[in-house]
Design a protein around this ligand. Sequence first.
Ligand code: PGA
Length: 253
Amino acid sequence: MTQRRFIIGGNWKMNTDLETGMALASQVADAASASEACDVVIYPPFPYLQAIDSVISNSPVTLGAQNIWPESHGAFTGEVSCDMLKELGVASVLVGHSERRHVLLESDPLIAKKVDFAINREFQVVLCVGETLEQREMGSTLEIVLGQVQSGLESVNHDSMKNIVIAYEPVWAIGTGKTASAEDAQAVHSAIRGELASRYDDDVASLTRIQYGGSVKPENAKELFACPDIDGALVGGAALSGESFAAIIEAAC
Ligand code: PGA
């Protein structure tokens, strides 16, 4: 059986200030150094990236960004390019997060373009996918999620898949306190892996890491991580507390 290294991401969203962000990053660095058996990535707000990089640079924590714009430079007011992020030490980017899809109304083609651009700039790309409550209740979960996977990976070739992580985040579980049951999450993760096998091959399917996200906390992390196709978590609310995030890292390692 393939051993996939767990990956725990802390998506801070539009939270923290500079001082609390730096203190939190320092706690994450300590937690990650104490348990080096899994990858730990944090996604602070853009304005704090440089300062946070200086806090984590001697630790195993990877610096991530919550978004990118798929052009190298130009008249894109308010946007941030991959090259700018590279200069600040960013190595991982979130693409297609549910808040980008549903609040900022990003489309599948834009998300596919972002994935393509970031992969070509040699970032680790975390492609986020997930169904809404309405879609789940209509029985369309797999159709929606696998459709987002197919569309997001449209231009990603076999070799580049080593830099892709998929985050399955049911929209109804994000920030709501509701977590998908371990069985429900495992069923979707397994279907995503099946999709990777048919789109690429068994190697890609067994090597690609698939994180779960949506109200992950220390209390439910162990049960989720025990599922065979769940390779870590993308954590929002619980990533804003050093103690909670450290406990989730510990549950994975
Ligand atoms: P949550 O957020 O853990 O607060 O539900 C997860 C995410 O949005 O990535």
